[in-house]
Design a protein around this ligand. Structure first.
Ligand SMILES: [Zn+2]
Length: 310
């Protein structure tokens, strides 16, 4: 009997008003709720587009907003994801100081081969998906106290390939830098020359380097920044002839791919071959600079190389 009455009492207490009034939430308080990372089971099916990205190096699921705030660098392992040309420019230059050059320049299909997918429609697709006219943005800007000529490539536009537009825009940038006595910075990422334009794309290697020869003759500094990946025709021309060659951590840098080199030389390739770290050790690269430190480091190098000129 006693047990029964105890149960009744407990039930009665549950329905009673709580002794303590819960604190009132101010009406304007908003909570930004970070979505939970997808569970292992549901990863394949339920990952919403554009919310989480899997880091290819450490396998962590990285919240896209955090990735954007961190300049597309994984906060767990410091893996450097590709970053768009405009985002990179924003991370380097003083606010609203980038004066773009040749913004409307676009390629034409000079070879006009028949029976292959139209190069022109491919270009239009990439222009829509990236918001760029071609694989490089060039302009004059201010970095710290320095006015500088800046060219930034974007791998998302046809693998950062160098066609006649990339070559011409960079050549005009270099010539402008020489004319105005400005230091030059080119940030490269490229799969090489754009074969849709045949010989015209290969000619850009000589053209850009000829312009650089006049820039160096005027005793002006050129900083070449290599990001993942910088290969083939771009690496074999302007990217590898900087007064200082800087790379981002883990960037793949080389001319031909490792398989081609292995087949040609019939030799085992050393571990870490064609990484920025390996090339720093061998003396091709002068410094490896993480993306977040790139701006202050560039300013430091410009201070040193321009010897007080701003
Ligand atoms: Zn990672």
């Amino acid at each position: 009997m006693a047990t029964t009455s105890f149960n009744k009492k407990t039930l009665g207490m549950e329905s009673a008003e709580p002794a303590v009034t819960p604190p009132q939430v101010p009406p304007n308080t908003t909570f930004v709720k970070k979505p939970k990372p997808p569970s292992r089971k549901s990863r394949k099916r339920d990952i919403p587009e554009g919310l989480w990205t899997k880091c290819p190096k450490c396998g962590s699921m990285v919240f896209d907003k955090e990735l954007d705030e961190n300049l597309k660098v994984c906060s767990h392992c410091q893996h450097h994801f590709p970053i768009g040309a405009r985002e990179r420019i924003n991370s380097l230059v003083e606010t609203c100081t980038f004066e773009e050059m040749d913004a409307g320049m676009t390629s034409v299909y000079v070879l006009s081969f028949t029976g292959v997918a139209s190069y022109t429609s491919k270009l239009e697709d990439y222009q829509k998906s990236t918001g760029l006219k071609d694989a490089v943005l060039t302009g004059i800007c201010k970095i710290g106290e320095h006015r500088a000529a800046l060219g930034v490539m974007d791998f998302a536009f046809l693998g950062g390939s160098m066609g006649s537009v990339v070559g011409e825009k960079l050549t005009r940038l270099i010539e402008k830098a020489t004319e105005k006595a400005l230091p030059l910075i080119i940030i490269s990422t490229s799969g090489g020359a754009r074969m849709y334009e045949g010989m015209f794309s290969l000619m850009q290697m000589a053209k850009t380097c000829a312009a650089l020869a006049y820039h160096v003759k005027a005793r002006l500094p050129y900083l070449s920044v290599l990001t993942h990946p910088t290969t083939a025709g771009v690496m074999a021309s302007y990217a590898s002839v900087g007064d200082l060659i800087i790379a981002e951590p883990g960037a793949m840098i080389g001319f031909a791919g490792p398989r081609v080199i292995k087949d040609t030389t019939q030799a085992e390739l050393p571990p870490g071959f064609q990484t920025a770290e390996f090339l720093l050790d061998k003396g091709l690269i002068d410094a490896i600079v993480p993306r977040k430190e790139m701006k202050p480091r560039l300013i430091e190098y410009l201070n040193y190389l321009s010897n007080g000129r701003t």
